[in-house]
Design a protein around this ligand. Structure first.
Ligand code: CO8
Length: 289
């Protein structure tokens, strides 16, 4: 019956499966409407989220960001997943928050309802998150990328905070994370003019760590995710916490936190295994304990 169903109603169900991965855009009764979620990598240990609102250039409507939060929640508790990749399409990572959704909002609704506060979920994930950015990363799209831990850019990517052209300002960390990433002058210029920067400028200024050909971007990001996932998840979370602290603490406080976390790794089996494996000249086998 299933084969019959597929033959005669193929448009009702898109099910692509390959050896290592399967892609389920789950509509009607399914889980996700605006994103595709799967696991990638040879060991299926990289959580993969693809923003999937192509007609709106992946504008980040409320529903889409809620789904991203749900997918992150699921990957966070999935013991097999050691890193997460978020990407969009070749044309757009995301062209910003959904302007049509925001157009008629009032201050009272935004402030009273804590408008879009749930976006913050992306920056509270313990597992490392890599943004793979092709095309436009504008406004909330650039902010979403900056909430991730690592940004890889396709060579035609464009980053910008054009909110000023809409009579508003960045609201999901654009004035803060961008300034820390690229410095005051460039951040001011981008936020005050709305001008975009290219992938090359983004690399030069430290916003992204790697530029890849458009068609290799996702696989490079997944490769990076696999590398991270092969390490201890427990210790990776500590490393991520320590690096993130550099954005919030003074140098002295940050160094103290780092030292505490470094000491804490000595309470883990994985630290013991890592050093023992080195001494025994073999590859470490981490158990995330
Ligand atoms: N919101 C809603 N729809 C959008 C958005 C968006 N941000 N961006 C593009 N679209 C839609 C267009 O309306 C169009 O739809 P339709 O076909 O129905 O008219 C479709 O996507 C294709 O767009 P264009 O025809 O404009 O495509 P172009 O190739 O001509 O231009 C651009 C592409 C340059 C990306 C252009 O679409 C653009 O400038 N988009 C808006 C970019 C922008 O201003 N982004 C910032 C939005 S504000 C924001 O992000 C604030 C974040 C605050 C977050 C707070 C969280 C707590």
């Amino acid at each position: 019956y299933f084969i019959y169903f597929l033959l005669f109603y193929p448009h009702t169900l898109i099910l692509v499966s390959s050896y290592h991965q399967c892609l389920f855009p789950l509509h009607a009764g399914g889980q996700y409407e605006y994103i595709l979620v799967e696991k990638r990598g040879e060991k299926n240990n990289v959580g993969f989220i693809q923003l999937n609102r192509p007609k709106a250039l992946n504008a980040l409507c409320d529903g889409l960001m809620r789904e991203v939060g749900q997918a992150l929640d699921a990957f966070e508790v999935d013991g097999d997943v050691g890193a997460i990749v978020i990407t969009g399409s070749d044309r757009a990572f995301a062209a910003g928050a959904d302007i049509k959704e925001m157009q008629n909002r009032t201050f009272q609704e935004c402030y009273g309802g804590n408008f879009l506060a749930h976006w913050n979920r992306v920056s509270t994930v313990k597992k490392p998150v890599i943004a793979a950015v092709n095309g436009f990363a504008l406004g909330g799209g650039c902010e979403l990328a900056m909430m991730c831990d690592i940004i890889y850019a396709g060579e035609k990517a464009q980053f910008g905070q054009p909110e000023i052209l809409l009579g508003t300002i960045p609201g999901a960390g654009g004035t803060q994370r961008l300034t820390r990433a690229v410095g005051k002058s460039l951040a001011m210029e981008m936020v005050l003019t709305g001008d975009r920067i290219s992938a090359q400028e983004a690399k030069q200024s430290g916003l992204v760590s790697k530029i890849c050909p458009v068609d290799q971007l996702v696989s490079e990001a997944v490769k990076c995710g696999e590398k991270i996932a092969s390490n201890s998840k427990l210790v990776s979370a500590m490393a991520k916490e320590a690096v993130n602290a550099a954005f919030e603490l003074t140098l002295a406080e940050g160094n103290r936190l780092e030292k505490r976390l470094f000491h804490a790794t000595f309470a883990t089996d994985d630290r013991k295994e890592g050093m023992t494996a080195f001494v025994e000249k073999r590859k470490a086998s981490f158990q995330d304990k």
